[in-house]
Design a protein around this ligand. Sequence first.
Ligand SMILES: [Zn+2]
Length: 98
Amino acid sequence: MTREELIEKMKEFEGTAVDFARIMNKSQSGIEEDIEHIRTSLRNNSEYLLMIKPATCLLCNYFFSNSKAKAPSKCPKCRGEKIQLPYFKIMRNKKFKN
Ligand SMILES: [Zn+2]
């Protein structure tokens, strides 16, 4: 699969790295790496935005406001390891005009 195919899937569905790994038949870490690259390349693209619903701790509701593609394994607040993975989606920028 190519990164372009992943971008197309991310326009269709909102999902976690695990969801996209299943769809694309790739490892979770491979998808996380791809999402980081996509995030960087979309910074210079005014037509599409990468939306990230940040990871949260399922034990204390701590909100990982600076969520990266790769979810943290531990909560800095309660040290719990039940982390809800961040969700990703690529949206068309409503402000974009062509
Ligand atoms: Zn916590």
